[in-house]
Design a protein around this ligand. Structure first.
Ligand code: AHG
Ligand code: MN
Ligand code: MN
Length: 281
């Protein structure tokens, strides 16, 4: 596993270089989720594939930017699902973006996830790794240095509500409003990596990306985005559930590009989601 994290670090430094120095602009095609691809999405995918393919223990790579999973080593132990550049539509306005990695064994279901990591490319570059605990590192002088362990409190002050409000269900809007009425502050950039990083680093709060009238399964992808963060939230002492109150880490997948409604937070806010979504227990 150590060598996978080292490859992720090398990939992160190269993606950071690409963000800083390579041209912006779109490719001709779309990815299989029907989204326009930036040249930087494709470049980041290539860089990460190149670094992870060097590792013997990697069996399969599945990327948000690749239609099908890619076999690397038949005898490898790990399957890696990754989003090479999350929030890439924010690059032109110079907001923070990220890369997300889920490390799986046997398959790409929630129960198969054994570790996860993400990188935030912001004013500073940070790496967060979840194995048995959640650790935060900062990039300085070409190396990632340990900063702190991340632990969530029981309650936070931040509300990060995703999805198109016009399409929200009434009970979802009531839940979001109830937190604002209690004094929660809106923090939503539109990049799940910095938005979730903020909840984690500030010690709690809620990030939600619900099922909506137009997109009942939400937007965020299980294998590349949701499951890696579900593991990070649980290991930090928080909670990560779907609209039925099921642990996201219990979800199965039919296709690596499947999406799911998702709620990440500390205990207090997740209890609020359950109350408004009428989830018992
Ligand atoms: P990506 O850039 O990899 O396609 O993902 C963007 C995601 C995620 O970062 C963010 O939380 C969400 O899209 C924002 O969606 P909305 O614009 O619908 O809020
Ligand atoms: Mn993404
Ligand atoms: Mn992406």
């Amino acid at each position: 596993m150590h060598e996978i994290f080292e490859a992720i670090k090398r990939g992160a430094k190269r993606v950071h270089e690409a963000i800083n120095f390579e041209e912006l602009g779109y490719c001709e095609g779309e990815n299989c989720s029907g989204e326009k691809q930036l040249k930087l999405d494709v470049k980041s995918d290539e860089v990460i594939e190149e670094e992870l393919s060097k590792i013997n223990s990697v069996k399969i790579l599945a990327s948000e930017e690749k239609t099908e999973p890619l076999l690397i080593n038949e005898n490898g132990k790990y399957l890696i699902g990754y989003d090479p550049l999350d929030g890439s539509s924010l690059i032109d306005v110079n907001l923070s973006v990220g890369s997300i990695f889920g490390i799986y064994e046997n398959g790409f279901n929630g129960k198969d996830l054994v570790a996860s990591a993400y990188i935030v490319y912001g004013p500073r570059v940070e790496l967060v790794i979840a194995t048995v605990k959640v650790e935060r590192f900062i990039l300085r002088d070409g190396e990632f240095h340990f900063m702190e362990e991340i632990r969530l409190a029981n309650k936070g002050k931040i509300n990060a509500p995703g999805g198109t409000q016009k399409e929200w269900y009434d009970y979802h809007k009531s839940m979001i409003d109830s937190l604002f009425k209690e004094g929660y502050r809106l923090r939503y950039s539109g990049g799940m990596v910095p938005d979730l990083h903020q909840v984690l680093v500030k010690g709690g709060g809620l990030f939600s990306y619900p099922g909506t009238k137009d997109k009942p399964n939400g937007k965020l992808r299980k294998v590349f985005e949701v499951l890696p963060f579900a593991n990070i939230f649980e290991k930090a002492g928080g909670f990560a559930i779907n609209e039925k109150g099921e642990r996201l880490l219990n979800l199965k997948i039919d296709n690596v590009h499947d999406t799911t409604p998702c709620f990440f937070g500390s205990k207090y806010e997740i209890d609020r989601v359950k109350e408004y979504y009428d989830i018992k227990g």
